[in-house]
Design a protein around this ligand. Structure first.
Ligand code: PAF
Length: 286
């Protein structure tokens, strides 16, 4: 596996591969890799001849007061995990390489209607930061495909819309959430949980599953959301939101919508956990 830290040699390697007719896959990440990331790498290897994994803890997607400084960084373990997984190139640029004029002077990308709702409402600027760095990575690596986890469902939608609307010729692939045996979605931020919080954390997924049952039983989304948030509070979480949305565009679901996704974000101690669950309601009899 090659390790590259600068844009010029990254582009040169990709040009060589492209001249040889190879298909290139990109997995953008912020490192501290776990089994969820490695599932993304496997998916990229299945669909491309050469796979680049980027590791960059992107300051632009953290608001003031968030966990940028504390975000877990494990470069040696990550490089080893990627080597074992069969990744061809690790691209780990510095902040100065990605934002040479400084973050404050960086041109930003905004996806209207998607950047400022749900997680975007609680984390102002977060999705602008994500869309901007992913667009830069797309221009640097110029992949044929890019792979993202469905745990960050809203992020995946932001990236899909940005890719379509900015005409990047890149296939965006989503990979299902990888869960711990007790149901907790894998996340680098799970490392912030104390032992007691870790034991309570799977209740988030349990709440989503019960909410899905209620929707299947015909309950109105708004009633079920309200009860789910109360259930999370009773389990020791500080819910940010629990929301039933249309899967196609993340608009709030109303009675009659069929292809839904339930999204939730909740604080447990120092960790802000997110999770989501698809729900397909059967068509109503004609
Ligand atoms: O999902 C992540 O790890 C990050 O948001 C991403 C897509 C790598 C952009 O920094």
């Amino acid at each position: 596996m090659q390790s590259i830290h600068e844009i010029v040699p990254m582009r040169a390697l990709v040009s060589d591969w492209r001249r040889s007719g190879l298909r290139i896959g990109l997995v953008p990440s912020m490192g501290n890799l776990h089994a969820g990331h490695l599932a993304l790498v496997r998916r990229a290897l299945a669909g491309a001849d050469r796979v680049v994994v980027s590791i960059f803890v992107n300051p632009l997607q953290f608001s003031a007061g968030e966990d940028l400084a504390a975000y877990p960084r494990t470069p040696d373990e990550d490089a080893e995990a990627l080597r074992s997984a069969g990744c061809h190139c690790l691209f780990a640029p510095s902040e100065a390489e990605v934002y040479p004029q400084g973050r404050e002077r960086q041109t930003l990308i905004e996806v209207p209607g998607l950047c400022n709702v749900l997680c975007g409402a609680s984390r102002p600027g977060h999705f602008q930061g994500v869309a901007t760095v992913v667009a830069k990575l797309f221009n640097i690596v110029q992949p044929d495909m890019a792979v993202f986890g469905e745990k960050d469902f809203q992020q995946l939608m932001v990236i899909q819309r940005m890719t379509a609307e900015l005409c990047f010729p890149i296939e965006i692939v989503g990979v299902p959430i990888v869960r711990e045996p007790d149901g907790l979605a894998m996340s680098s931020r799970n490392g912030y949980l104390s032992a007691d919080e870790r034991a309570a954390a799977p209740a988030l997924y349990g709440t989503l599953r019960r909410l899905a049952e209620r929707l299947r039983a015909g309950d109105a989304p708004s009633d079920a959301e309200w009860d789910a948030a109360r259930e999370l509070s009773a389990a020791g979480f500080k819910p940010d939101y629990v929301s039933v949305r249309r899967r196609a565009d993340l608009a709030p679901a109303v009675v009659g919508d069929r292809a839904l996704v339930i999204l939730a974000a909740a604080w447990l101690g120092k960790a802000r956990l997110i999770d989501n669950l698809d729900v397909d309601l059967p068509d109503e009899p004609a």
